[in-house]
Design a protein around this ligand. Sequence first.
Ligand code: 3AT
Ligand code: MG
Length: 335
Amino acid sequence: VLGHTALPTGLEQSLTAQILHTYETRLFPSAESIEVKRAFIEKFATILTIEFPNWEIDIHVFGSSVNGLGTSRSDVDICLTTGHRELENVFVLSKALRKYGMRTYCVPHARVPIVKAWDSELRIASDINVNNTIALHNTRMIQTFVAIDARVRPFVMAIKHWSKCRELNDAAFGGTLSPYAWVNLAINFLQTRQPPILPVIHPPASSLSAKDSMHGSELNLTFNDDIDQLRGFGLANIESLGYLLYAFFRTYAFEFDYRHQVVSLRHGCFLTKEQKGWDTGRPSRIFCIEEPFSTWLNLGHSANTTSVEGIRQEFQRAFIILRDGGSYDEVCETY
Ligand code: 3AT
Ligand code: MG
């Protein structure tokens, strides 16, 4: 009963306008913030040349400051590549940054060890890893999706913003989902519209099973990144941003089968937990979102049964507010 009511045309148009207004006035990064990020990267590069004068170190910026989904307040995600593996010890980099007044915090034992740095002069935060290049590929993948259809950027940013306002985007400490996991849900949703707004850009898989893909051959990092060919793919679909957001909440409030399904951007559909060998009842496999390249990783691993129930209630809350004519601002009300 709750699930299938359409949004009246007036509400849909008004919601679309509200999303675009928030996007243009609060989410789209300001020119100053882009300049601050540029200045930070320049300063960071200078520090590296002074502190490690004879080492060849390349700086790659990834994540939301380059994938088109960042706000003025987003941090700068940096990956350093170097043959000097001493630098993979995050404390070495941390010590160097501290000499220049940056506050740092090391996370050495994570799957991807990082230094978290805060530059109090430029007032900007940065996460830095060394020689972990995998995220450079998914950043390029997101850039590709963003370039295909004009709705992608405001739609995904509207979801990221809502998840942040409702405190649903803290995988490390909140037991919810990372911003990257939310981006995967949003893109997969646009792939599963009828007709689709976004295409599948990864090559067809030989095996879906998590076990096989992990122990199989090399990680397949290729995908179709021919933006000129892909642009305009979604034009046969004329759904508005307002409708899409409403339908997104409805899908995850009432339609997605959390017990059995897996969100897969790689395949542009929902897989089953059984297909992936994820039907083991493990507490890290309640909400299943397949990482598009490292397909054995569940991006929803941080959410347990209780937090998935909480996230689901948030989807229902958002859906009900919109169905009853409430605004996007109301949906994003902070605690
Ligand atoms: P903010 O705008 O900073 O909130 P973001 O899009 O930069 O969000 P994250 O901070 O979650 O996203 O992560 C930064 C990038 O790191 C995004 C993605 O390229 C990569 N990344 C994050 N989590 C994973 C993961 N589990 N596997 C692979 N890549 C990841
Ligand atoms: Mg980031």
